[in-house]
Design a protein around this ligand. Structure first.
Ligand code: SF4
Ligand code: SF4
Ligand code: SF4
Length: 246
């Protein structure tokens, strides 16, 4: 019997699920040979509430989502957080910096009374999460790596070191030397520093490393000309829940 896999979306852009479909034909076939996908709203109409492994995308931003996620946790033997919103709260947590009434008013204006919202949080703030597929969106390769690991009941080999390591290995000139700033020194590697290699900088979408020296990173950012407020804004983009709102 192949394990049954289900994908569920909470609050997010659904880009993580879309990206899962970017597995190459061969990778996708390997995956489909190893598991049965029984619930995946973006690609199939069938729904089956009997599943072993639940991939959860998006952060939790409404009371009703808490109950829904708990139900999924009760059913699944394994819960995997898929993408930055689910793993670390991600950009949805930007609203946590203002009262929820203000957030509703800003987004929905006079129709705010028809909506409800709570401070955004990652999946592991509500239920136990067994595995994490990080990034905004994650790479299909990392998704496959995590699936393989959980099928083998092993811990996936996800780097604990910062993006800077992969950035140096890629031969990039540090963006600090080019007048930009970067969260690479405190952000978990695993993306091959793709944003720097593509001409940008790291926004921190894979979340902070386990023991980040955020004070040192703040010193560096300030040394290169950012004010304290601008430094905090940099961390806010993806890491509000972990670093700013606690
Ligand atoms: S992590 Fe990024 S790609 Fe995935 S749902 Fe959130 S915003 Fe979209
Ligand atoms: S560009 Fe960013 S990730 Fe690369 S070495 Fe510099 S600080 Fe680190
Ligand atoms: S370089 Fe930073 S922002 Fe870009 S994918 Fe990697 S962790 Fe995310």
């Amino acid at each position: 019997m192949k394990p049954k896999i289900a994908f569920f979306d909470f609050t997010g852009c659904e880009g993580c699920q879309l990206d899962a479909l970017n597995l190459t034909g061969e990778e996708l076939l390997d995956l489909l040979n190893a598991v049965d996908i029984v619930n995946f709203r973006e690609v199939m109409t069938e729904r089956d509430d009997d599943y072993d492994i639940a991939f959860v995308e998006g952060s939790i931003t409404r009371e009703s989502e808490i109950a829904r996620l708990q139900k999924i946790r009760d059913q699944a033997k394994v819960v995997v957080a898929l993408g930055a919103c689910a793993c670390i709260g991600g950009i949805n947590c930007l609203k946590n910096h203002v009262p929820m009434e203000e957030a509703l008013r800003t987004v929905y204006g006079k129709d705010a009374k028809y909506y409800d919202t709570i401070p955004a949080r990652p999946a592991n703030a509500v239920v136990t999460v067994d595995y994490y597929v990080r990034g905004c969106p994650p790479t299909p390769t990392e998704l496959l790596k995590v699936v393989k690991a959980l099928l083998l009941n092993k811990a996936p080999d996800i780097p604990g070191y910062p993006v800077c390591v992969e950035c140096k290995m890629a031969g990039n000139v540090c963006v600090f030397e080019r007048g930009m700033t970067c969260l690479g020194p405190v952000t978990r590697a695993g993306c091959n520093a793709i944003c720097v290699t593509s001409g940008r900088f790291c926004w921190g979408c894979r979340g902070l490393i386990d023991d980040p020296n955020t004070d040192s990173e703040k010193d560096i950012l300030q040394k290169y000309g950012l004010t304290v407020d601008q430094v905090i804004d940099k961390f806010k983009i993806y890491n509000t829940y972990a670093e700013v709102a606690k």
